[in-house]
Design a binder for this molecule. Structure first.
Ligand SMILES: Nc1ncnc2c1ncn2[C@@H]1O[C@H](COP(=O)(O)OP(=O)(O)OP(=O)(O)O)[C@@H](O)[C@H]1O
Ligand SMILES: CC(C)(CO)[C@@H](O)C(=O)[O-]
Ligand code: BAL
Length: 360
């Protein structure tokens, strides 16, 4: 990490003030007390703070949340912290992409854009704490029965993603509670791509009477429909081409809903069928050409509880969501783009579509 991060707070001083009066205004915080001091200052000035929590490796999905936050607040705080407690012991914490310098540059570009358009807020703080700051008492644990101070939201955190990643939502809720307590933002911003996370955060805010508004930004996608994700860089060309199966399957299901179908069977069968046919087709290809994947789930669920539903309630709508695991690349070919990590690890991808209520 860059040397300038080693103290509590630094003001960026990279670009010279430019036309439109842009001067970099982002302060970088590594510790809580200086950030709190700055937050108190903003409070006295009646400025509002929108927090965008991230794990870095920033892409357009994150940046769209930053822009949204800037339209709705005078000050945007972006946190960049790869939270160890949301990764299980055999998950990819160690290899999760860390691209600090590139992340900071992207934030500077967006901040410049915000300054030049006027009328919007600015990115005023980047919070990138150490793990000792975030977990001041006990070292963080990824064990299911590990000890520590945790926020646990059940049964929401146990289903769907939580079934495959048992400590995931305990870690997410815990770190978000810490971030919300540290920043005390007027609003917090999360992406629709991680739909279960949005439902869980809303629940946590409601149940713990947290004084913040949860705002959700739409899923940003590649042109072929693949949801942007920090983990896409691991795919490589061959797996990337097949990875669109998830969004395509969900779109098939959405089509049924749009045609007026409401039962689970009617909505989900085309999605399951497409995923199955595609998986079988990949199995039949030689190992040098195929990209195998497993479907973890394709779900049709209640938007508030994420319990599976037998039919869509037209007044509530539903959440269509899915997860697939792209298997490690087989028989890599000379010169083939295997993605970061050489295609050796499985890549878990998630996506969803909201089926909106059709009556009030
Ligand atoms: N494609 C996207 N569109 C909109 N928001 C997104 C998108 N991808 C991620 N986000 C949101 O950005 C925030 C930070 O997510 P995170 O840093 O985990 O990135 P990520 O791309 O989801 O990473 P990963 O895919 O590894 O989980 C979350 O609120 C997440 O929902
Ligand atoms: C919300 C979050 C930043 C908590 O670590 C993470 O789960 C994410 O990036 O979606
Ligand atoms: N976007 C959610 C973070 C994770 O998968 O760990």
């Amino acid at each position: 990490m860059a040397a300038r991060l080693l103290t509590g707070v630094r003001r960026l001083s990279t670009s010279a003030p430019a036309k439109h009066g842009f001067a970099p205004s982002m302060k970088i915080f590594r510790d809580v007390p200086p950030l709190r001091g700055y937050r108190r200052h903003l409070l006295r000035e009646s400025r509002s703070v929108g927090l965008v929590p991230t794990m870095g490796a920033l892409h357009e999905g994150h940046l769209s949340l930053v822009r949204q936050a800037a339209h709705e607040n005078t000050d945007v705080f972006v946190s960049i912290y790869v939270n160890p407690t949301q990764f299980g012991v055999s998950e990819d914490f160690g290899s999760y992409p860390k691209t600090w310098d590139a992340d900071l540059k992207k934030l500077e570009v967006v901040d410049r854009e915000l300054a030049s358009t006027g009328g919007a807020g600015r990115i005023s703080a980047v919070f990138t704490p150490t793990t000792t700051v975030m977990y001041p008492t006990l070292p963080p644990t990824s064990e299911v029965d590990g000890k520590g101070s945790f926020v646990i939201i059940t049964p929401l955190g146990e289903m769907l993603e939580g079934a495959s990643r048992p400590v995931f939502f305990r870690g997410v809720a815990t770190v978000c509670m810490k971030l919300f307590n540290i920043v005390t933002p007027e609003r917090v911003y999360f992406g629709q791509k991680d739909v279960q996370q949005t439902v869980l955060i809303r629940r946590m805010v409601k149940d713990f009477h947290l004084d913040t508004e949860v705002r959700i930004g739409p899923t940003k996608r590649e042109e072929d429909g693949l949801a942007l994700s920090s983990r896409n860089i691991y795919l490589g060309t061959r797996r990337r081409a097949v990875a669109t199966i998830l969004s395509q399957s969900l779109l098939r299901a959405e089509e049924q809903f749009k045609k007026g179908k409401r039962s689970r069977a009617d909505i989900l069968w085309p999605a399951n069928d497409l995923a199955l046919q595609t998986a079988m087709h990949q199995e039949e290809l030689p190992p040098s050409q195929r990209a195998r994947f497993e479907v973890d789930y394709i779900s049709l669920a209640d938007p508030d509880t994420l319990e599976e539903v037998d039919a869509v309630d037209e007044r509530k709508g539903a959440v269509l969501s899915g997860a697939i695991k792209m298997q490690p690349l087989e028989d890599p070919q000379h010169g083939e783009d295997r993605g970061i990590g050489g295609g050796e690890t499985a890549v878990r991808l998630i996506d969803n579509i909201i089926l909106h209520p059709t009556t009030t």
